[in-house]
Design a protein around this ligand. Structure first.
Ligand SMILES: [Zn+2]
Length: 420
């Protein structure tokens, strides 16, 4: 793959020098296949559309293309989890958009200026052709539903999950260094304990302030050391973060998801140990997960990480879910996609461009981790403002995403016996 990339880079460079004109063509992903991608190797798959770059003659070889757009190489990929990607790419010419990803071109001066504005929630990088950014038409295996799992999923109720979201939003703010952070941590620990789990508050330091992650452990019945982690970030952010940061979607939804999965497993035996984590410091650059990884858990013991971040907003029908990871977790993400198809009516999309949430530090250390996130996250209203409120959420959708996590966990951790 690496060699191919080098080869294509040289080829593109020469093409850029010698070709009179290069054009970008958009083809529905449902009409592209391996043969077409081999014939026209300068492609990028971006959800429901695949972009091809080539000369004028290429038009005749492609099915159902939209009007070609003249382009200059190199092209760049912009990824934003902060505002819309269009807002972040000031000065760039956007050629294609999908779910917070944008393929764009810009003069070097603009690229340099954009590069400086990069952070944990916004990133640009040169496009590598022959890559799938988001796959929507990937064959996902369907399994026959396991009746034990189906009845376990019934334990997740919309009413209960939404009442926890409401409780979290009612704290006013969950900003990592806000004055109420200790109180919230103690209450979260108590909630996990009420589900019969060993739980603890783990202190770490951010900007010389004491801040807290919350951990809860459900011991497996097996003898092995392997663990599955179910995580979400508890902290919120806004323009008035010390006092008013409701963070309903980002991320009371995911935190309520972690708690709901923990609660649903009361009295259920799993072969592997499960660790539930509510991280803080996510909005300051994944500080809580980094601290936990460095000090409190052995990476080799972790078999899989499920990260719920923004799981309550849905603007389109039929509903869909984005599963975001890296290639190293290909088999894990396929299992979650299968759980999605088997136990919900949602359509799974898969992206191998992971970043910007707590799955990233695990992936960086080669631990399979997947972010489960609403497909429409780039349109989530009130994102990172005081307007990220509960009335934007859809309880029925949120429940489905929590069920995907619970079904995937039952599969990964080895459901022993239903216990009910
Ligand atoms: Zn978030």
């Amino acid at each position: 793959m690496q060699k191919l990339t080098v080869f294509y880079s040289i080829f593109f460079f020469l093409s850029a020098l010698y070709a009179d004109n290069l054009f970008l063509y958009k083809v529905p992903s449902s009409l592209t296949d391996t043969r077409l991608k081999t014939d026209c190797p300068m492609w990028i798959e971006l959800g429901d559309q695949t972009l091809f770059v080539g000369d004028q003659d290429m038009a005749a070889r492609l099915p159902l293309i939209s009007a070609p757009v003249a382009v200059n190489l190199p092209l760049y990929l912009g990824m934003s989890k902060k505002g819309t990607v269009t807002e972040c790419l000031t000065g760039g010419k956007i050629l294609a958009l999908h779910d917070g990803f944008a393929v764009f071109s810009a003069p070097q001066l603009v690229i340099k200026a954009l590069a400086i504005t990069q952070d944990e929630h916004f990133r640009i990088l040169p496009v590598e052709f022959g890559e799938t950014i988001v796959a929507e038409h990937q064959g996902v295996r369907l399994k026959e539903a396991d009746p034990r799992v189906s009845s376990l999923l019934e334990r997740i109720s919309e009413e209960k999950v939404m009442s926890v979201v409401k409780k979290l939003v009612n704290y006013g703010t969950r900003y990592t260094t806000a004055l109420n952070n200790g109180q919230i941590a103690i209450e979260m620990q108590a909630l996990f304990a009420s589900f019969g789990l060993q739980s603890r508050v783990i202190e770490y330091s951010l900007w010389d302030t004491a801040v807290y992650n919350i951990e809860a452990v459900k011991k497996g019945t097996g003898n092995g050391n392997k663990k599955v982690l179910v995580v979400g970030h508890l902290d919120s952010i806004s323009e008035k973060q010390m006092t008013d940061a409701p963070g309903a979607d980002d991320n009371a939804s995911g935190s309520a998801g972690v708690l709901a999965v923990a609660e649903a497993l009361q009295g259920i035996e799993l072969e592997k140990t499960v660790i539930f984590m509510l991280f803080t410091g996510e909005e300051q650059g994944l500080k809580g997960s980094e601290d936990y990884i460095r000090k409190h858990v052995v990476m080799d013991d972790i078999e899989a990480v499920l990260n719920m971040d923004m799981i309550g907003f849905c603007s389109k029908q039929p509903g869909a879910v984005l599963l975001e990871t890296e290639r190293l977790a290909e088999s894990l993400v396929q299992r979650i996609a299968t759980a999605t198809r088997t136990y919900t009516d949602l359509v799974p999309s898969i992206s191998y461009y992971a970043w910007g949430s707590d799955h990233e530090p695990f992936l960086k250390r080669n631990v399979p981790a997947v972010l489960i996130i609403e497909k429409d996250w780039a349109e989530s209203p009130g994102y990172h403002t005081t307007k990220d409120t509960i009335d934007n959420l859809r309880g029925d959708y949120l429940v489905k995403l929590v069920r995907i996590n619970l079904a995937a966990l039952a599969d990964l951790a080895g459901l022993q016996q239903p216990g009910f």
